[in-house]
Ligand binder design. Structure first.
Ligand SMILES: *Cc1c(COP(=O)(O)O)cnc(C)c1O
Length: 376
């Protein structure tokens, strides 16, 4: 089954009881047992039929064997970190998502899980950071907001050599463009709030693994800590995923046009986009993904100018988040990355005049006109 077909016919895809092509939302919290211990579903934290449809679907489209749905991307990431124990050490990409940075350095550290942030696009740096108690490498590629690329096959090799679990946050690329499990990752996580949901109307997180033992451990944590996704949100996500292929194709085409426009615009200084031939990691990204995605960052001369642009756009909505049908625009230095001290921020390359956009599926001509007016 090819990808676009799998989004619609993968997993369970229809209700075996009624034949309904849109699966029912099962709100039941508990299920009748045919005798003590004789049941298909027991209690809805442990397993719910609507959530199960979603979990089978994400496992299928990420080329894994088992999927798990959580109440947010952060709940999913937290559950994955809870696979580890006090005294363990994790290596993570230095510009991971802010919430991931926060949970690692302000929550999991209190349980004595230690983390080192490292430029995972530099293999030597990764090797040098491995300690005796290192248990995992946690990678995002492309990253936010500078779209830095990590070589997933190479990191998988380093992880294998050192007996480490390899975890990839695949939110930006989505399973339509990139399948980290096929490239050697052990665990894939998603903020399904973004492209998978796709309509800015659901907060959710997903995890996929291919190893049965790891699946058992994750289910144990999901059931023990209880951060599950509810049935209504599971259904919204199933519906969102059905159109992932067409949305990503449309977003890709719009993004290509916008990048061309920005590169040529005199008010734009730098453009960050993995599809540009001179983007660091362009070749690596091409070797591991089939598309470049809908995230673009670019710089204008100052924060004032950036604010000006944001105030003038009509279709690019000023908002955090990404991956929706509507185009979104933000200033990382004042929004997502405001909590990072300015000096550190500049070191990371997140300049004051940096603007990030998440391209939606509006008509490309409208988006170009809108950006053009705002920049002028
Ligand atoms: C948004 C996001 C998260 C967190 O997900 P939530 O659904 O907001 O909890 C994690 N990783 C990346 C890359 C994200 O963009």
């Amino acid at each position: 089954m090819r990808k676009k077909t799998k989004f619609i016919h993968g997993g369970i895809s229809r209700d075996p009881y009624t034949g309904a092509v849109s699966v029912p939302v099962h709100h039941a919290s508990t299920f009748k047992q045919d005798g003590v211990g004789n049941f298909k579903y027991e209690y809805a934290r442990t397993g719910n039929p609507t959530r199960e449809v979603l979990e089978k679907l994400i496992a299928d489209i990420e080329e894994g064997t088992r999927g798990f749905a959580f109440g947010s991307g952060m709940a999913a990431i937290t559950a994955v970190i809870q696979l580890f124990s006090a005294g363990d050490h994790i290596l993570a990409t230095d510009d991971v998502y802010g919430g991931t940075f926060r949970v690692l350095t302000k929550v999991m550290n209190r349980f004595n899980i230690d983390v080192t942030f490292v430029d995972t696009s530099n293999l030597d740096a990764v090797r040098a950071a491995i300690r005796q108690n290192t248990k995992a490498i946690y990678v995002e590629t492309p990253t936010n907001p500078l779209l830095k690329i990590t070589d997933l096959r190479a990191i998988a090799g380093v992880a294998r050599e050192n007996g480490l679990k390899f975890i990839v946050d695949n939110t930006f690329s989505t399973p339509y463009w990139q399948n980290p499990l096929v490239l050697g990752a052990d665990i894939v996580v998603h903020s399904a709030t973004k492209y998978l949901g796709g309509h800015s109307d659901v907060v959710a997180g997903l995890v996929v693994v291919k190893d049965e033992r790891l699946a058992e451990d994750l289910h144990f944590i999901q059931n023990s800590t209880g951060g599950i996704l509810g049935p209504q949100d599971s259904w919204l996500l199933i519906r969102g995923i059905k159109t992932l292929g067409v949305r990503m194709e449309e977003i890709e085409a719009n993004t290509r046009k916008i990048v061309e426009f920005l590169v040529a615009h005199p008010a734009v200084e730098k453009v960050y986009y993995p599809g540009l031939a001179d983007h660091p990691g362009h070749e690596v990204h091409r070797s591991q993904a089939d598309g470049f995605g809908g995230m673009i960052s670019f710089t204008v001369e100052s924060q004032e100018k950036a604010l000006d642009v944001l105030n003038q756009t009509r279709y690019f909505t000023l908002a955090e988040s990404l991956g929706a049908v509507e185009s979104l625009i933000s200033i990382p230095s004042l929004m997502t990355h405001a909590s990072i001290p300015r000096e550190r921020r500049l070191e990371l390359g997140i300049e004051d005049g940096l603007i990030r956009i998440s391209v939606g599926i509006e008509d490309a001509e409208d988006l170009l006109e809108d950006l053009g007016n705002a920049l002028d």
